[in-house]
Structures are given as structure tokens and as C-alpha cells.
Ligand binder design. Structure first.
Ligand SMILES: Nc1nc2c(ncn2[C@@H]2O[C@H](COP(=O)(O)OP(=O)(O)OP(=O)(O)O)[C@@H](O)[C@H]2O)c(=O)[nH]1
Length: 697
């Protein structure tokens, strides 16, 4: 099949050229790679049919290129003040480690920028709008993907100098693990709530995470400048739903720079300092790591106990790998090397680590010469829950794609990929992502965009599927990342699928709409809680596969954009699932096949055939499209061929002459049917995502 080419823009080409400057450095570091890219973590996906509707699509202006070159920054030991103004060391009781938590778009990055400006950490003239959203795609999309820390110095109203370590957290649901890790590096959190929106699903989820980590929560009511702001209602919501005392809530407008000083004072006065455990053996928690073209993997970490110095040999307690530290330092917010970091401090380390797989988020760093007895708690090896196929449109690009994915993986431990071959698509890769919304909104988008930007590849992405499990007749449990991997029906006992606990927060008037949506998607009602007199939480157990497609779009459209959602994977459950195979022109089209519930198979098959008929262009021959379960065809459609009017020049007269011409045409078409290949456009691979939408409405 010849899939549709994806367009390239001039801007993408120039972005590619810019990045070529990094090539040689990375090649030197990582022999497997001949190109490199700047530090940034990333992933994403060609989003399904309408991902842009889900994205905050605004673009941010780049005001000016970032701060001073690092070569200009003085090195300093304990007690020194760096050239850019960051404090190297203050007593531990004058350190504050905090993060900002919020629902998407409530303004945490904007607030972070204001804190950097107010403390003089970044000068206004050097400020790129959204400094904390440091990678290109984050800035363009206006979403936070990776974590960033910034060390600020602040002279409080008590006249003392404080070191404030701010850790920005991603707002997306699939990054829960990273949010949780960054929270555990802090003693407190600023809870930002949009004064016009109020408490949303992720506000709650983040608050519960913060409470689990025993953090002091300081509420900040943001966007009070908006004409639609309802501060009193939102304060009531925070008090009633979350149970926080809002008597001294900070009223802020990060955009207008209001309430910033009060926020800094609250950080100093209300968030406790770290414990002083500098005499214990080193335990440092990695809460972010990313690949840097010049230093190898750079880990951001919090020294929980003890101290660590440049040149020390450290051990990653979960992977057992050993490294000698080339550089340690603080992010102020540019990397500023120091000699030693002590308990309570937050910084970065670089040790020529080749891949983020060797320095995973959540791992504990200790010293080889005086190791800690136990690692810090809570390390998780995050597993992808959603897979899709990535295929180059030109088979010659296969190696480039492999290289590009390899490089993305250097930087993103959660991205998994393995080679995949199928007769329809040729050679490509099956890629695994962390989760749903994340995959739809961020991951596939970024993968597609970044791969194209940096490597000039044209790709076709197949529809995402969740990871199923199947029990074979021999009692073996197999993991199924792709419908094509499913053993034949006679060779398996059952298929199980992942379930999530889905929480939707909505204005009460949309409860009916959202109940209907969840019921249509095989959701099982768990409970309904009235948060306030106008807002309600609905909880459902629902198969992940039902949420992976366009659930978020539907939730938004059925609630006029007011509802929000949050989910958590709860486990696997055996269901009546079947493999719905799609055949085009009599040939199985594996990338279009889906695993679905038996009760929905007929509807899905019919809708899928109809959708494909719409999307696949007409050929010179008739193209049958069939949906089958095993040998049984449960739905079919056919695309009518183009038909040349061979009788056009035959005016009037002889019927046998006309018949002869039509017969000749029919014979020619028969030949084409055998030889011809059907061209399937990219949109067709995403057709399955469209189906639920149509059947919901
Ligand atoms: N009117 C107004 N707009 C604001 C304010 N703070 C932030 N915004 C706007 O709200 C939008 C979202 O702000 P961000 O800072 O990106 O929000 P975020 O919470 O970091 O979003 P994610 O990174 O996607 O999680 C941007 O368009 C900001 O300009 C404010 O105080 N007033």
C-alpha cells in the first residue's frame, strides 16, 4: 500500500538545520548514533484524527534567546554566589524545596516564570516566554512535558537570604509517576487554581499525590484578572472539596505579575525547610533525567541524606550501575557547576551516562565508598500501556527511523520500540507509550513532529491499541501489543484487557451526558459524589481501550468543555473479546484490524467498513472491504471503480460493437484487480478512532 505522504514545511526544515549543529557532539558520545539533539525529553504521537482540538494550541512568542552562555558563569564552592546571582549555599533551614501543582492550563508555568523574574534569577531581557517550558515543542504547544528545576535566591521580608528550589511538574495524567517523584523531592507545593475554572480533576489528583507525600500545600488563586473570574466560588470549592484553609489564600495573576511577592513570602514562611541529615550515607533521588548532547545523561536529583561531590563514584541502587561524577551543580536556571551538594539541596549530575535507561527517574544514587543500606522508597519501572505502529513511507528510511527512535529512547526511558513487519505496511516499528491522554495529546504528536523535524522522515502511524493479555491452550500467558500478535481463536483460552478507574469532574448539569458516554463505552458505574452544589464527580471502572481513542474529545464536547477527567490503571480483566480482521481487496489488512468486545463487533465492523469506504480513494478496479471474525464475514462494503466511458465515441447504432467495447474494458479491469494495490491514506489507519465517536452521537 502506498500511504499518503505527510507534508513538510519550510519551518521544519530550518529547525532541522539548526539541530544539525549538535550532530558531531552526540556522535562522539554515543557510538550508535551519528546525529544528536539537544537535551529534552519527549515523545509523542501523530495524534489521531482530531488531537489538535485537545491541545492548548496557542503559541508563545519567543522574546529572546536564553540567558548567558555557561562559560561566563563563575565556578563557586560552598558559600559562593554565582555570577548569575544564584546562591550556592545557605544553611539548611534557609532552603525551601517546592513545586507547583495545578490542572492543565491553570497557569503554573506562567507563575514559575514570574517567580524567576521577581527573584532576578532570569533577567526580563533574557526571558523566553515560558522559561520553564524549556523545549521547543512544549513552548509551541503550551504544555509542560518535562520537569525543570530552578534555584532562586530571595531576600525575604525578615531580611534573610533564602535559596528556593522550584521544581516545575508536568500537568498530564500519564506523567503521574514523574509528578509523584518530583513531589517527593519537595517539602511543599503551591497549588495553583484558575479563578475562572475552579477545582478540576487533575487539581484533585495532584493534591492527593501531594498529601501522600506529606507536603505543605499553599493555595494560589490565579487569573484573578480575568473578567470571568469567580474568586469567592473557587475559594469555597477549594475549602469544601479539598479541605484546605483558604483564609490567607494568595490572589494572583501570573500574567499581570500580581501576587508574586506574596507567593514568595508564603514559600519562605509556610513551607518547612528540609531535614538536616548531612551526616548520613548519601541517598539522592533522581526525579528527572534527560540526554544532553555534550554531557551524556543529565540527572536532576534531590540529596535526601548525606552529601555528594564532584569526582565521587556513585552507584544507582536500582540498576546497580556505577559512575564517576564528571560534574555536579545547580540549575540557576542554567547549569552552574558546584563542588559539593548537601542534604536538602537539589541539583544535577553528569557522568557520561549513555542512556536514560541507566539512570531512571525514581532511582536512588548512593556513594560506592559508603553506600546507604536501603534505597529510597517508591521506585517504579514504568511500562508502556499503549502501542502503535510507526512505518516509514519510503522503505529506504527504515534505518533512519531506527536511529531516530534509538535517540529518542536515550532520552525517554518510557518509550519502547521493537521492529515490526507486515505485508501491508512493510518494515517499521511497534512503539509503546505510557498512557492514553498523554499518548494522544503529547506523545504521538511529538514523536511524529520531532522525527520529521529532525530527521526529515515521512511516517505512517497506525491506530493505538492497548496491551492485551491472552491465555493460550498450553497455559502460557502472552502479552499482545498488536492485534496481529493474537494467537488463533482455537489456540487461546481467553483474552483480558486493562481497566482503569476513571474519575470525571463536571458541572452537575452534564452528569447525564457523561453517564451515557461512559455506559456506551462499557463503563461500570462505581459512584457519584457531589463536590459542591454545582459540581459532581463521577467514578467508573472502564476498559482502557475505550478511553484510549477519543474519550477526552467526547467528554469535552458533551460538557461544553467544562468537565475534566483523570484515570488510574487498576488491572486486567477477562472479557468476551474477539479479533476483528479487516480485509481490503481480499487481503488481510493487519494494521486496520482491531480487538474489540464481541457485543460491539458487528457495530464496529460495519462502521469501520463504512469509514474505510469513505477514506480510501477510488481505484481503477472495484475494492471490496470486509470485516471478519475468523472465517465469518460480519460486514462488507465495496468501493466502486472509476469507470471510463468507453462508449463515448460510439454514436448510436450497433449493439454488438458496444458489447465488445464493454467486454474489453471488463477484461482489462480484471487484470488490474490482480496486479493492482490499494492506496490507503494515513487517515484510514486512524479510522477505528472515529467509530466510537460516530456511534456515540
Ligand atoms: N488572564 C490570565 N491568563 C493567564 C494567567 N496565568 C496564565 N495565563 C494564561 O493561561 C494559559 C496557560 O498558562 P500556563 O502557564 O501554560 O499553564 P500550565 O498550567 O503551565 O499549563 P501546562 O503546562 O499545559 O500544564 C496561558 O495562555 C497563559 O498566558 C493569569 O494570571 N491571567
Amino acid at each position: 500500500m502506498a500511504p499518503l505522504l505527510l507534508p513538510h514545511t519550510q519551518s521544519r526544515l530550518s529547525a532541522l538545520q539548526q539541530r544539525l549543529s549538535n550532530i558531531s557532539a552526540a556522535a562522539a558520545l554515543h557510538p550508535a548514533c551519528s546525529h544528536a539533539r539537544p537535551a529534552a525529553r519527549s515523545v509523542h504521537s501523530h495524534a489521531p484524527q482530531a488531537p489538535h482540538q485537545q491541545l492548548p494550541s496557542r503559541r508563545r512568542a519567543v522574546v529572546r534567546a536564553v540567558a548567558a552562555p555557561e562559560s561566563l558563569i563563575e565556578k563557586g564552592g560552598p558559600g559562593a554566589t554565582y555570577a548569575n546571582g544564584a546562591v550556592a549555599k545557605v544553611p539548611v533551614d534557609r532552603i525551601r524545596n517546592f513545586c507547583i501543582i495545578a490542572h492543565i492550563d491553570h497557569g503554573k508555568s506562567t507563575l514559575a516564570d514570574q517567580l524567576l523574574l521577581k527573584t532576578g534569577t532570569v533577567a526580563a531581557r533574557d526571558m523566553i516566554d515560558q522559561f520553564m517550558d524549556s523545549n521547543d515543542i512544549e513552548r509551541e504547544r503550551g504544555i509542560t512535558i518535562k520537569l525543570n528545576t530552578a534555584r532562586m535566591k530571595y531576600t525575604a521580608q525578615d531580611g534573610q537570604l533564602y535559596a528556593l528550589n522550584l521544581i516545575d511538574t508536568p500537568g498530564h495524567v500519564d506523567f503521574t509517576y514523574e509528578v509523584s517523584r518530583s513531589l517527593s523531592s519537595c517539602e511543599g507545593a503551591l497549588l495553583v487554581v484558575d479563578a475562572s475554572q475552579g477545582v478540576e480533576a487533575q487539581t484533585l489528583a495532584n493534591v492527593w499525590l501531594a498529601l501522600e507525600n506529606d507536603l505543605e500545600i499553599v493555595p494560589v488563586l490565579n487569573k484573578i484578572d480575568l473578567p470571568g473570574a469567580e474568586p469567592e466560588r473557587v475559594i469555597r470549592e477549594i475549602e469544601e472539596i479539598i479541605g484546605l484553609d483558604c483564609s490567607n489564600i494568595i490572589r494572583a495573576s501570573a500574567k499581570m505579575g500580581l501576587g508574586i511577592e506574596e507567593t514568595l513570602e508564603a514559600v519562605v514562611q509556610r513551607i518547612p525547610p528540609p531535614n538536616n541529615t548531612v551526616k548520613d550515607p548519601l541517598r539522592a533521588l533522581i526525579f528527572d533525567s534527560y540526554y544532553d548532547a555534550y554531557r551524556g545523561v543529565v540527572c536532576q536529583f534531590r540529596v535526601v541524606d548525606g552529601q555528594v561531590a564532584k569526582g565521587d563514584t556513585v552507584v544507582m541502587m536500582n540498576t546497580g550501575k556505577e559512575y564517576t561524577l564528571d560534574e555536579i551543580g545547580v540549575l540557576a536556571p542554567v547549569k552552574t557547576p558546584v563542588d559539593t551538594l548537601y542534604a536538602g539541596e537539589v541539583g544535577y549530575l553528569a557522568a557520561q551516562i549513555k542512556s536514560v535507561l541507566d539512570a531512571r527517574v525514581g532511582d536512588t544514587v548512593t556513594l560506592k565508598k559508603n553506600p546507604a543500606a536501603d534505597a529510597l522508597e517508591g521506585y517504579e519501572d514504568v511500562q508502556p500501556m499503549v502501542y502503535c505502529g510507526l512505518f516509514p513511507t519510503d522503505a529506504d528510511d527504515y534505518q533512519d527511523l531506527r536511529e531516530a527512535l534509538g535517540k529518542l529512547q536515550l532520552n525517554d526511558a518510557a518509550l519502547k520500540f521493537e521492529p515490526e513487519v507486515n505485508n501491508a505496511m512493510g518494515f517499521g516499528f511497534r512503539c509503546g507509550f505510557l498512557g492514553l491522554l498523554h499518548m494522544e495529546i503529547v506523545q504521538m504528536e511529538i514523536v511524529q513532529e520531532r522525527l520529521e523535524r529532525e530527521y526529515n522522515l515521512d511516517l505512517v502511524t497506525t491506530a493505538p491499541t492497548v496491551v492485551y493479555k491472552t491465555l493460550t491452550n498450553t497455559g502460557e500467558e502472552l502479552t499482545v501489543n498488536s492485534p496481529g500478535d493474537l494467537p488463533e481463536a482455537t489456540k487461546r483460552q481467553n483474552i483480558s484487557e486493562p481497566y482503569v478507574r476513571l474519575e470525571m469532574v463536571t458541572p452537575t448539569e452534564y452528569v447525564g451526558n457523561l453517564m451515557e458516554l461512559a455506559n456506551n463505552r462499557r463503563g461500570e458505574f462505581v459512584e457519584m459524589k457531589y463536590l459542591t452544589d454545582s459540581r459532581t464527580t463521577l467514578v467508573f471502572n472502564i476498559p482502557l481501550a475505550e478511553v484510549v481513542t477519543d474519550y477526552f474529545d467526547q467528554l469535552k464536547s458533551r460538557s461544553k468543555g467544562y468537565a475534566s477527567m483523570e484515570y488510574k490503571i487498576t488491572g486486567y480483566r477477562v472479557n468476551e473479546l474477539v479479533l476483528l480482521e479487516i480485509k481490503i481487496n481480499g487481503e488481510p489488512a493487519e494494521p486496520l484490524s482491531v480487538i474489540c468486545h464481541r457485543d460491539h463487533a458487528y457495530r464496529t465492523g460495519k462502521a469501520l467498513c463504512a469509514k474505510l469506504k469513505e477514506l480510501i480513494p477510488r481505484q481503477m478496479f472495484r475494492v471490496p472491504i470486509q470485516a471478519c471474525i475468523g472465517a465469518k464475514v460480519i460486514a462488507s462494503e465495496a468501493i466502486a471503480p472509476y469507470r471510463k466511458d468507453v462508449l463515448a465515441k460510439c454514436y448510436g447504432g450497433d449493439i454488438s460493437r458496444k458489447k465488445k467495447l464493454l467486454q474489453k474494458q471488463a477484461d482489462g479491469k480484471k487484470r488490474m484487480k490482480q496486479l493492482g494495490k490499494v492506496e490507503v491514506p494515513q487517515a484510514a489507519f486512524m479510522a477505528v478512532l472515529k467509530i466510537n465517536q460516530d456511534s456515540d452521537s
